[in-house]
Design a protein around this ligand. Structure first.
Ligand code: ADP
Ligand code: MG
Length: 586
C-alpha cells in the first residue's frame, strides 16, 4: 500500500462533487458571489439548461489581475476577515466555488475594478488555469461556465432535461432575489427572458413584499400578513400567507437565515406547528420568513452547499417562529374565515356540471350525478341503492344514519356502527375507478360549458404542458394559453363538480415532485388523491342519505377501499360489544 497526496485537480474535482451538484448549484454560487461583491444588478444566462453555457454578469466591485489568479485557487477567499468562522456575514466563505467549477468545466472570468483602466480575463479548463490577459469590459465581473461536467461524464449523465435544469436555476435565483429586493436580477435562456426583477426601492417591508409578489404571484401579495418579531437579539421578519391560500407541498415556503436561503427541518417544523390548527396536515401555506441572528449564535459551516445551519438555541428560534406566526394568524382570524366562507359559497353555486343539492337533477346534470353514482364494472356489481327502509344487516358497511361535521358518515350495521371518513373514502374510490377505467376504454370526461382559465407561474404551466397528453388520458383536457396560463376544457366525469383551478394548481405542484421518468399512471395514487381532493365528496360537503348510501355501496364493491391512497383508514368500525364495554355494560 502506498499513500500519496492527490493532485490539486483531483482534489478540486472531488470538492466539485459536493459544491456543484447540478447547473443550478453553479448558478447559485456565482450569483452569491455577485451579491457579496455589492452588485446592484445581476444578469444570468443559462443555455441548454446550463450544459453549454452559464453566464453571470454583475456590476459589483470587480477583480484585479492578481485577484483573478487567486480567486480560482482552492481555499482562497476575500471573505473571512480574522479567519473567524463564528462571524460569517457573507454568503461565501469557503473559497471553493470557483476552483470547483473550474475543475469540471471551461471557466472564464473577466473582472475590472472601478479604479482600473482595463479589464482582465483568466480561464480555467478542466482544472488548468491560464495567466490573466487584458481584455475589454466595464467595471464589474462576468463569469462564463461552458461545457459544465465535460470533465466528469458520470455527473453529466445525471442531468435532467434542459427545461428541468433551467427551472432549478430559476428557482435558485428567485430564492436569492427574495432576500435581496434592492438588487435587480434577470435570467435568460438565450432566447427568452425568464426572470426580470427590477430593484425594489423604498421602505424595507413594502419593498420586500413587492419582490415576493413578483416571484410568488399577486395572489400571495394580496393574501399575506407581515411578520415582525424579536426575541433575545434574534429578529424574525417576512410575510406569511393566509391559511386559505395553500398548496399540496412545501415548495412555496422560503426560509432565510441572515440572507441565506436554507432548507431546515427545524424551521419547517416550526411553521407546520404554527399552522396546525388552521390547516389540514397535508396542506402547506405559502410564506417567506427571514431570520436575522447574531453570527455567533449559528453555525453555517455545516455543508459545502451552505444550505443548512445549526442554531445554538433551537428552542428559542422555534418559539419565536411559532409565537410570531400564531399571533399574526390569530389577528387575521376573521379575514381568513371570510375567504373560506366565500370559497364554500362559491362551491355551492349552481353551475355547469354541478351536482344539485336536493330534488331530481335537471336534465344535462343527470349524467354527472349518474356517473358519480354509477357502479364500478366487474363481477361484484353493487346492489341497487337502498331506500330508507333498508335493513342494516343487508350490507357490510350498513345503512347511513347521519353525517357529522360534514365530514363523517355514520352508518348502522347489523352488530355495530361504522364511521366513514368521506373524503378519504372518496379519494380511494376515485383512484380505483380511474385505474379500472384506464384498463378499459379510458376515463369518461365532462365538457365544461365555460372553459376555465387558470393563471399559474411559467414553471408550473411548463410542467403541466409536458403532461397534457397523459392528463387527457386521465380525463383532464388542458390547453396552453400563453406562457403562464392554461385553459381547462374537460374534467374527469367521476369527480362531479370540481374546483378546477385548485385542482390544476395542485397537480402542477405535484408534478414538481414527481420523477420525470415516471408516467402519471405510475403515480396514479397521488394523482387520484389530488383529484379527489377537489371532487364532489371532499371533506366539508354535506351529503344526503342517497349520496351517503351510494358511497357505502361503492366502498363495498371496490377493492382496497378500507384505506385511502396514503394508507390512512377510510372507515372505522365499532362493534356493539365494544360500545357496551365503553359503558361498562359488559
Ligand atoms: P468564496 O465566495 O467562498 O470566497 P469563491 O470561490 O466563490 O469563494 O470566490 C473566491 C473569491 O473570488 C471571492 O472571495 C471573491 O473575492 C472573488 N470573487 C468571486 N466572484 C466575484 C465577483 N462576482 N465579483 C468580485 N469578486 C468575486
Ligand atoms: Mg462564493
Amino acid at each position: 500500500m502506498t499513500i500519496r497526496r492527490l493532485p490539486e485537480a483531483v482534489i478540486n474535482r472531488i470538492a466539485a462533487g459536493e459544491v456543484v451538484e447540478r447547473p443550478a448549484s453553479a448558478v447559485k454560487e456565482l450569483v452569491e458571489n455577485s451579491i457579496d461583491a455589492g452588485a446592484t444588478r445581476v444578469d444570468v444566462t443559462v443555455k441548454d439548461g446550463g450544459r453549454t453555457l452559464i453566464s453571470v454578469l454583475d456590476d459589483g466591485q470587480g477583480m484585479t489581475a492578481d485577484d483573478l489568479e487567486l480567486a480560482v485557487e482552492r481555499h482562497a477567499t476575500s471573505k473571512l476577515p480574522g479567519d473567524d468562522l463564528s462571524r460569517i456575514d457573507t454568503l461565501g466563505f469557503r473559497g471553493e466555488a470557483l476552483p470547483s467549477i473550474g475543475a469540471v468545466s471551461r471557466l472564464s472570468i473577466t473582472g475590472r475594478t472601478a479604479e482600473s483602466e482595463t479589464a482582465w480575463t483568466i480561464t480555467v479548463e478542466g482544472g488548468r488555469k491560464s495567466s490573466p490577459r487584458p481584455s475589454a469590459h466595464p467595471p464589474g465581473t462576468r463569469v462564463e461556465v461552458r461545457d459544465l461536467f465535460y470533465a466528469t461524464p458520470a455527473r453529466l449523465k445525471f442531468l435532467k432535461s434542459p427545461r428541468t435544469e433551467l427551472e432549478h436555476a430559476s428557482e435558485a435565483i428567485n430564492r436569492l432575489a427574495m432576500a435581496y429586493p434592492g438588487i435587480a436580477f434577470s435570467l435568460s435562456d438565450g432566447d427568452r427572458q425568464r426572470i426580470r426583477l427590477a430593484a425594489a426601492e423604498g421602505d424595507p417591508f413594502p419593498a420586500r413584499l413587492a419582490r415576493l409578489g413578483a416571484i410568488m404571484g399577486r395572489e400571495f401579495e394580496d393574501n399575506a400578513l407581515a411578520i415582525d418579531a424579536e426575541r433575545e437579539g434574534i429578529r424574525l421578519t417576512g410575510h406569511i400567507g393566509l391559511p386559505t391560500l395553500n398548496r399540496g407541498n412545501a415548495a412555496r415556503q422560503f426560509l432565510f437565515v441572515n440572507g441565506r436561503p436554507v432548507r431546515d427541518k427545524l424551521l419547517y417544523g416550526a411553521v407546520r406547528g404554527a399552522y396546525r390548527d388552521f390547516l389540514a396536515s397535508d396542506r402547506y401555506p405559502l410564506l417567506a420568513l427571514f431570520l436575522d441572528i447574531p453570527t455567533d449564535a449559528i453555525d453555517v459551516n455545516v455543508h459545502p452547499a451552505k444550505t443548512e445551519v445549526r442554531f445554538r438555541d433551537p428552542g428559542l428560534v422555534r418559539g419565536l417562529i411559532v409565537g410570531a406566526l400564531l399571533g399574526a394568524l390569530a389577528g387575521a382570524g376573521h379575514r381568513a374565515s371570510s375567504t373560506v366562507a366565500d370559497a364554500a359559497l362559491g362551491a355551492f353555486k349552481p353551475g355547469p356540471g354541478g351536482l344539485p343539492r336536493a330534488g331530481p337533477p335537471p336534465s344535462g346534470l343527470a349524467e354527472t350525478a349518474a356517473q358519480f353514482q354509477a357502479p364500478l364494472p366487474g363481477p361484484e356489481a353493487p346492489p341497487p341503492a337502498p331506500d330508507e327502509a333498508a335493513e342494516p344487516g343487508d350490507y357490510p358497511l350498513g345503512v347511513a344514519r347521519a353525517q357529522l361535521h360534514a365530514t363523517y358518515v355514520l352508518a348502522q350495521t347489523a352488530d355495530g356502527i361504522v364511521i366513514v371518513d368521506q373524503h378519504a373514502a372518496h379519494e380511494r374510490l376515485v383512484h380505483e375507478r380511474i385505474k379500472a377505467a384506464l384498463d378499459r376504454e379510458g376515463v369518461a370526461r365532462q365538457v365544461l360549458l365555460i372553459p376555465e382559465v387558470v393563471e399559474l407561474d411559467e414553471a408550473a404551466a411548463g410542467r403541466l404542458k409536458a403532461r397534457f397528453g397523459e392528463l387527457a388520458e386521465l380525463g383532464l383536457v388542458i390547453e396552453s394559453f400563453g406562457p403562464s396560463t392554461v385553459v381547462v376544457r374537460e374534467t374527469p366525469a367521476l369527480l362531479g363538480e370540481t374546483d378546477v383551478a385548485g385542482l390544476v394548481r395542485d397537480l402542477a405542484d405535484d408534478l414538481a415532485e414527481f420523477d420525470e421518468a415516471l408516467s402519471l399512471k405510475d403515480r396514479l395514487g397521488d394523482v387520484a388523491a389530488t383529484m379527489a381532493c377537489h371532487g364532489s365528496v371532499r371533506a366539508g360537503r354535506r351529503l344526503n342519505a342517497a349520496e351517503m348510501n351510494a358511497l357505502l355501496r361503492q366502498m363495498e364493491a371496490t377493492p382496497h377501499s378500507g384505506q385511502c391512497s396514503h394508507g390512512r383508514p377510510t372507515y372505522v368500525e365499532l362493534k356493539l360489544a365494544d360500545i357496551e364495554k365503553l359503558f361498562g355494560r359488559r
